[in-house]
Design a protein around this ligand. Sequence first.
Ligand SMILES: [Zn+2]
Length: 250
Amino acid sequence: MSRLLLLASFLCAACLHAEDFAQVPMADGFVVPVGQNGKEYYRSRGLRANGHLGEDWNGVGGGDTDLGDAVYSTAHGIVVFARDFRMGWGNVVIIRHAYQEKGREKDAPLFVDSLYGHLLNIAVKEGDIVRRDQRIGSIGNNRGMYEAHLHFEMRKDIRVGMFRNNFPQDSSVYHDPSVFISEHPQFSAKARFAKVPINTFPTQTTTLVAKASPLPPPPSEPTPLRPPSSTLRGGVSFRVDRFSDLRLRE
Ligand SMILES: [Zn+2]
C-alpha cells in the first residue's frame, strides 16, 4: 500500500459514514457481569488510573474454580469487538451501550463501552445485538497465564478499543465499573432504540456491519436472582493481570 493510501485510510478511520451507525436498544440499567448463574463472586481488584483500568471478578472458591463460568452482558447493546487479541488479553468482547442519565431523558443518548477480557470462549459475534444478562462468553485464564478471572472495563470514550495506549488512562476515559453500575440501576421501560456509532476504533481492520436485529428474547429459563454477595464486595487484591504490572502465576 502506498504511503498516501495508508495516510488516507488512517484519516478515514476518524470520519464516520452513514453506515457507521446501528440501531441499538437502549440500556435499561447496568448489572455486574457475573453471578446470574446463582454462584458467588467478588471483586478481587479495582480500578487504578494509569495502572489497572478495570476491575477483576473472581469466584469465591479461588484459583481456577470459576474457570468456564458464564459471563453476561452488563446491559443491552451491540457487540463491537469479539476476538482473540492474544498477548496479555486473550479472548476479548467489547459491547457498546446507549443510555441516558435519570431525569435527563430528553437529552441525546450517551455511550459507554464495556470490555470483558481473558475469556475462555466467546459466545457472541461482532455486530450482534445483545440484551442485559445475556451470556456472552465464559471466565478464562488466558491460556494459563493468570488464575481464572474476568477483567471488566467500562470506557466513556468509545474510540479506545484495543488501543489503550493512544488514550489517557484515567477517569477522563474510564469509569469505575462498580461505581457506574451502582449509579445506573435497572429500571423498567419500554424498549427504546438509539442510533449508535460503530467502527470507531483506530485502525480497525474489519468494518462492522450492523444487523437489523431486534432485541433477542430473554432466555427461556428464568434468570436466578444473583446473591447479594456477588455485588460490590471488596476483596483481597492479588496481582493477576497485565502489561504494566504483569506477574505470571507461579
Ligand atoms: Zn484485570
